[in-house]
Write a protein that binds this ligand. Structure first.
Ligand SMILES: CC(C)(COP(=O)(O)OP(=O)(O)OC[C@H]1O[C@@H](n2cnc3c(N)ncnc32)[C@H](O)[C@@H]1OP(=O)(O)O)[C@@H](O)C(=O)NCCC(=O)NCCS
Length: 147
């Protein structure tokens, strides 16, 4: 049985994170952006999910007063569909709730049905649209989760 673990992201994780980021997004964040988020952004918290001690996914959030904005979440393509994204998101929600934050929001591409399904599974609901939000003019669906 392989061990699955979620923990806070560290600077030493960033090479693995960048590999996943590049495989997951058309417009990936740079290594510098992740370094800044982990080292300098006091309002940010990033997590990784490990499978058999290998970093295979990550997720991040920003704390904005009493709300959390999920910035990104991704699982390495070779490890998708194994419930790791669910485990990661569940852990992030539990962390938020453990510090008394119950409102979470995010934006997701209209075409990204898999991610929308993941968010809906954890109680996020579609609450609006940001038209032409992405670089290719694709709309963003705004989702919220509130207790
Ligand atoms: C979105 C993502 C993180 C999901 O990670 P994952 O580890 O594959 O997710 P899980 O295996 O935990 O599946 C979670 C839910 O997603 C949905 N899902 C997963 N694979 C799916 C597929 N092929 N088709 C439709 N829905 C799917 C299901 O609702 C699933 O829950 P269920 O199995 O209980 O029905 C992953 O697909 C990914 O990294 N995508 C690229 C990056 C991305 O788009 N991130 C989101 C940006 S907003």
């Amino acid at each position: 049985m392989k061990k699955v673990n979620v923990r806070k992201m560290d600077l030493k994780d960033i090479d693995s994170v960048i590999e996943i980021e590049n495989k997951s997004f058309k417009v990936p964040w740079s290594k510098k952006s992740f370094e800044r988020e982990v080292k300098e952004n006091m309002l940010a918290k990033y997590f990784v999910v490990e499978y058999d001690e290998k970093v295979v996914g990550y997720g991040g959030m920003w704390f904005i007063i009493d709300e959390i904005h999920i910035t990104n979440i991704a699982v390495h393509p070779d490890f998708r569909g194994m419930n790791l994204g669910s485990f990661l998101l569940k852990s992030m929600i539990e962390y938020a709730e453990s510090i008394g934050i119950y409102k979470m929001t995010l934006e997701v591409r209209k075409s990204n049905i898999v991610a929308q399904n993941l968010y809906k599974k954890f109680g996020f609901k579609e609450c609006g649209v940001r038209p032409k939000y992405y670089e290719n003019n694709e709309d963003a669906i705004i989702m919220w989760r509130e207790l």
